[in-house]
Design a protein around this ligand. Structure first.
Ligand code: MN
Length: 298
């Protein structure tokens, strides 16, 4: 993933960028994801605070994704598939299949629980991204919500096919509800002709190659490359991110953990075959807030 290092607002400075290669992290029993955010030296791009890219994986003889019920606070999860199928279940009672070209957006507010599983009979390949968006006040203390978007804005611009997942681009607007100035789009390159996208000078951006190969620093992506463009205005509040919780302080996250383990706040994911995932133990030192560049606060 390529992320801008230039602080927005410094329009005439060198628009430098940093390559964030990511690292493998196991998720559930059967899936390994490539974690692209948070990283040092870049923890966020806009309010995008977590970027996991999984696959393409051959799951023909395997269960696919198996993530049992677990809680979230202070964030939205945004799920986008290139291949495969996942059933989302949550404590609001939502049961929703997601397939390529569709978007799931779950808003935790103060608390929600969900599970994500491939159906028993599933496509042979699993490939997608799961993204988190940090919620600002007051949305992070608000109600939980789940939305499935099967009909997203799509258009062709020369050799570029664009699907808009979140926010606005080129006069189009996604139906997905977000709470800070934010955008996300899939870009599919059908050729080598130069392409220009109308980006916002007050946004910071990152570009993630999902398949095909890409050259860094804004030059020549190969035909067939499928890219994810993420952007937003810088998120100024330092965050405490621990396990599945996004908060502002150690105490807040510790309380969320305690509530989950005691069966409070988050509700129950109906019809999931597995017991809720227990939270790991808190570290013995205090959790500290970090800003978008990784600097410690408090
Ligand atoms: Mn989750």
């Amino acid at each position: 993933m390529l992320a801008q290092t230039r602080p927005p607002g410094v329009a005439d400075a060198d628009p430098g960028s940093v390559l964030l290669p990511g690292h493998d992290v196991p998720l559930g029993r059967y899936t390994t994801v490539r974690r692209l955010l948070p990283q040092r030296p870049r923890r966020m791009v806009g309010a995008w605070c977590f970027v996991d890219h999984f696959g393409p994986d051959d799951v023909a003889q395997r269960p696919g994704m198996e993530v049992p019920p677990h809680p979230h606070t202070g964030l939205q999860t945004v799920t986008w598939l290139l291949d495969g199928e996942i059933i989302h279940r949550d404590s609001l009672g939502s049961v929703q299949a997601i397939r390529p070209g569709q978007l799931n957006v779950m808003t935790s507010g103060r608390g929600i629980a969900h599970s994500e599983r491939s159906p028993a009979v599933h496509p042979p390949v699993m490939h997608g991204v799961q993204l988190w968006v940090a919620l600002p006040d007051p949305a992070r203390a608000g109600a939980a919500d789940f939305a499935h978007h099967a009909d997203l804005p799509r258009w062709r611009d020369g050799e570029l096919d664009v699907t808009l997942l979140v926010g606005e681009l080129a006069g189009e607007r996604s139906p997905a509800v977000v709470h800070t100035p934010l955008m996300g789009a899939q870009l599919e390159l059908g050729g080598t002709a130069p392409t220009t996208l109308p980006l916002r000078p007050d946004f910071e951006y990152a570009l993630l190659a999902m398949n095909g190969s890409a050259e860094a620093a804004g030059v020549g992506f190969e035909p067939g490359a499928r890219l994810l463009l993420l952007g937003g205005t810088p998120f100024d509040e330092p965050l405490v991110m621990w396990w599945n919780f996004v908060g502002r302080s150690h105490e807040e996250v510790a309380e969320a953990r305690e509530d989950w383990m005691a069966g409070r706040r988050f509700g129950v994911v109906a019809d999931d075959p597995a017991p809720p995932l227990p939270a790991p133990a808190l570290p013995t030192t205090r959790l500290k807030a970090r800003d978008r560049t990784g600097d410690l606060h408090g």
